[in-house]
Design a protein around this ligand. Structure first.
Ligand code: PMV
Length: 346
């Protein structure tokens, strides 16, 4: 018998950055992210358990992609103790991302969370359990499996916002899986906008694994983890209301710049931002000062700039992007995304 599952799962953008890990994707500091919407992966998985000669077949948009197989095989080996049928099954996976490869959007977050969802859904089918999708423990397990695939993927499984990593005073927070955070943030953050300015669509020159490694023995290692812990408390407080947006902006921008400052000050330093990223940052500050529109930026591990702002400013910000920021984007390319409602069974 073949079991089939299809899920749509979004990418996410960290506001407090996970940078530095130990064990199998266990974070050295807590992080908090917005779950995105337009940037997502659609995945379908076919699983035939009990196969005498188990095969793995990985496709992207219907075309064979054997290059993806080693990473998926090592992920499956890592989680096989939790899903006993996994290594004795023939599996076919087909997926597609809505965002272009190399756009600097974390495709590992959307694809690994989609994979964790398909696997957990099929686990319920194999064990003939129903109604588990409503169960918080089930979602924690999905988040944990996603983390074992790619750390930050664990945050993609919850709507609006997710917190990952132990935070003092927050019961239930865990290094193993993310905690849903939508109920802890003001409604203005439920449809917050994220416009992604694609400064470069070149392949990442430094993998996130290399980036995390740079933190061990970094001169600012302990200072950074202490900063992240302090920032997460400030951010959590600021997001409870719509009246502390200045504080929200200050923490977001400081986190983004710290991430890149850490890269530039490691033992084997690297620079991922481009001149255009800096020009955009300066233009964000000019525009915000002159208009009082509360738009701010964050950065991932790359040169592209995420503009974050309340939905009520959509029109003015879009006009400004088109006139002042498009010249800094590669081929004028940008993506209009927003905070979303989390994964969806399709
Ligand atoms: O999940 P990874 O190993 O790709 O690391 C993600 C690291 C950052 O994107 C820079 C920050 C984060 O918290 O997402």
């Amino acid at each position: 018998m073949t079991h089939i599952s299809s899920w749509r799962s979004p990418s996410n953008i960290a506001l407090i950055k996970y940078w530095g890990k130990h064990g199998i994707q266990l974070p050295n500091n807590p992080s908090l992210s917005f779950t995105l919407s337009a940037c997502h992966t659609d995945m379908t998985m076919h699983v035939t358990p009990g196969s005498s000669n188990p095969q793995l077949n990985v496709l992207y948009d219907g075309n064979e992609r054997p290059a993806f197989e080693p990473k998926i095989k090592s992920f499956f080996n890592r989680i096989a103790d939790q899903l006993p049928w996994l290594l004795q099954s023939s599996i076919m996976i087909d997926s597609i991302n809505t965002f272009p490869h190399g756009a600097g959007i974390a495709s590992s977050a959307s694809s690994m969370s989609a994979m964790a969802l398909c696997l957990m859904d099929i686990d319920s089918q194999v064990n003939a359990r129903t109604d588990e999708l409503k169960n918080a423990a089930w979602w924690n397990k999905v988040s944990e499996l996603a983390r074992l695939g790619s750390g930050s993927a664990c945050r993609s499984v919850f709507p609006v916002a997710a917190l990952w990593g132990e935070v003092s005073g927050i019961s239930g927070s865990s290094n193993s899986y993310a905690t849903p955070w939508a109920d802890h943030v003001s409604s203005i953050y439920h449809d917050y906008q994220d416009s992604i300015l694609v400064v470069s669509n070149a392949e990442k020159s430094v993998s996130s694994t290399e980036g995390h490694e740079l933190m061990s023995g970094h001169a600012y290692e302990e200072t950074r983890y202490a900063e992240a812990r302090k920032n997460i408390h400030t951010l959590i407080e600021s997001m409870k209301t719509e009246n502390a947006i200045d504080q929200f902006i200050s923490v977001c921008e400081s986190e983004a710049l710290q991430l890149h400052a850490l890269m530039m000050s490691g033992k084997k330093p690297f620079v991922l931002i481009e001149p255009a990223s800096i020009s955009i940052i300066k233009e964000v500050w000019r525009f915000r000062n002159e208009t009082n529109i509360p738009v701010c930026f964050t950065l991932d591990a790359g040169p592209n700039v995420h503009l974050l702002y309340p939905a009520s400013y959509k029109e003015s910000v879009l006009g400004w992007i088109k006139t002042n920021l498009v010249p800094f984007c590669a081929d004028g390319f940008f993506i209009l995304d927003e905070v979303g409602t989390g994964p969806q069974k399709i």
